[in-house]
Design a protein around this ligand. Sequence first.
Ligand code: ADP
Length: 296
Amino acid sequence: MELKITDLNKTYPNGVQALKDVNLEVPLGMFGLLGPNGAGKSTLMRTIATLQEADSGQILLGDINVLYDKEKVRKLLGYLPQEFGLYPKVTAEDLLNHIATLKGITSKSERKELVDALLQKVNLHSHRKKNLGTFSGGMKQRFGIAQALIGNPKLIIVDEPTAGLDPTERNRFHNLLSEIGENTIVILSTHIVEDVSHLCSNMAIINQGQVVLKGIPTEIVGSMTDKIFKKTISKEEIDDYRSEYQVISSDLFAGNTVIHIYSETDPGNGFSSVAPDLEDVYFKTILGERSETQLI
Ligand code: ADP
């Protein structure tokens, strides 16, 4: 099964055009949708999740017309929204059991078996009797995945799942997602480049409502080989470098500033070539021809 988005457009009543002619093919596996805040990721996720209307365009999940056959899509969908409200005084086990009932699993024993298996899967079984209000951010996100998995979805959408998680929690969440991605379409929407470089076999970058780059991360990164150069400079020099080169990132390192620039040819002047990574690609793409680093 594949998800295919064609010429999707959405303008909000206040005039903000959140999606502009979006075209994407999303195959089985983990798909990363990367973009800065305000790029249109949530709008796209909510539209695919049938929670919001588009103005024009088409979305097909296999042969299901997503924008019209909403009920069919909902039966195949697991959704972990950006804002995930939990009932703080309900236990993990009880809430999963309740959601399973809502999703039509009527047999009590079947529900118990499913809830137990899901809690094991997301590593929350020993916390099943605890109220959700006592959960850490990472535990809440893993609970969110457990509820999204009820009903064996064919399409799972996770919107900004790792924002606010500490490195250990993020790592655990990554492992969980990549397990799920083996036989499901998983769309991971994020502004964190590392989430995509660690996990996704396909990706797209969206900026100001438009898909500005799409493909296989390793190929995309490979296309920038021999075009990224770095140099350590002092902080005061950065403006000069920005006016002369296409600076795509600047990082403080041991009191100095390390800049990465994009250049089709060897710039000389003390720059050395570095192997590109997805972060270089991302900032080059988002910043376009401007050499600004306010997004970093
Ligand atoms: P992202 O998820 O990438 O941060 P969003 O889809 O939330 O992006 O937002 C895309 C753009 O649409 C932003 O400019 C945002 O302010 C605007 N927007 C989002 N939701 C609404 C809404 N309900 N009404 C008006 N504008 C909105």
